[in-house]
Write a protein that binds this ligand. Structure first.
Ligand code: ATR
Length: 288
């Protein structure tokens, strides 16, 4: 397997960063340092706390100073898409970028590895098939949008997008209608439906809230996935278990898998994720 060049002309390690606001609790530096050690890549990876108004200037400055790549997190993912000279197809469909990479000619490629990270965690790490399964996606913001095309690529039986604000769910479903069976509705329209897989893509967990979908959508054998993660189980994971779901997991695996996809784009090698997930599980820090 090819390996990207490890050192700049002056012999210093290649520079990477995660750009967000706030970003202090991001685990990306920890994850990428483990990837680098595991694959024998020499790089530095730091935190960049950048206010929205300064995003373009600071990121351009980072690359002008020799930076090779950045991860982009809240609230900058849509801004990062505007900054890129070219977008991958999955970033274009997501309408957002979580990974920027410097190309040889100095221009920036924008990618979005979030959906691939979710799909990899579900299907490989957790053994949850998506093909021919019915999926309920809760939420219609940027986090939901980023995973729809990668899920549809696996040919589920259908995806129902449900959202507190029903119109946003319908609008999002319309965007992806050409890629597969996808509908949008409000929480109140879900009665009498149940699903094989339920993915929580709302930001409700950040405030300890729960999306008020009817309890009837959860069956004992419904696989519940919360894209949020934190110390211990998230409110959504706890709720799904209380409702009798046998399998409900927080999004740690998606976090590590999207990082591995970014690392591959930058370095030409995909690190193993299992040891990093194990290291994270043993790490007593606040997540973010
Ligand atoms: P993100 O990029 O994280 O998706 P966003 O674009 O602000 O952030 O979207 C947040 C999503 O979480 C939306 O789907 C929002 O629902 P609304 O469109 O109705 O606002 C959803 N959300 C946030 N808090 C919620 C809550 N307490 N209950 C249900 N849905 C919630």
């Amino acid at each position: 397997m090819g390996r990207a060049q490890n050192y700049d002309m002056d012999g210093s390690a290649d520079q990477y960063a995660v750009v967000g606001h706030p970003v202090a609790h991001s685990l990306s530096p920890f994850i990428h340092s483990l990837f680098a050690r595991q694959t024998g890549q020499s790089l530095t990876y730091r935190l960049m706390d950048v206010e929205p108004e300064q995003f373009a200037e600071r990121v351009r400055g980072f690359f002008a100073g020799g930076g090779r790549g950045v991860n982009v997190t809240l609230p900058h993912k849509v801004r990062a898409a505007a900054l890129a000279s070219e977008l991958t197809e999955r970033a274009r469909l997501a309408g957002a970028v979580n990974t920027l990479a410097a190309r040889r000619d100095g221009t920036l490629l924008g990618d979005n590895t979030d959906g691939a990270g979710l799909v990899q965690d579900l299907t490989v790490n957790l053994g949850m098939p998506v093909t021919q399964r019915s999926i309920l996606l809760i939420g219609a913001g940027g986090a939901a949008r980023g995973v729809i095309a990668p899920l549809l690529a696996l040919r589920p039986q259908r995806i129902v997008i449900t959202n507190r604000t029903a119109e946003r769910a319908a609008a999002l479903a319309a965007v992806f209608a050409g890629l597969g069976e996808v509908q949008g509705c409000g929480f109140g329209d879900l009665d009498a439906q149940s699903f094989d897989l339920i993915v929580n893509a709302t930001s409700a967990s950040l405030t300890g809230a729960l999306p008020e979908v009817p309890a009837g959508v959860f069956r004992a054998d419904t696989f519940c996935y919360d894209m949020a993660y934190g110390r211990g189980d998230t409110p959504f994971v706890n709720w799904a278990r209380e409702l009798g779901c046998r399998r409900a997991v927080p999004g740690w695996g998606m976090l590590v898998e999207q990082a591995a996809e970014s690392f591959r784009l930058w370095r030409g090698v995909r690190p193993l994720t299992a040891p990093v997930l194990t290291a994270l599980a043993g790490r007593a820090t606040p997540a973010g």
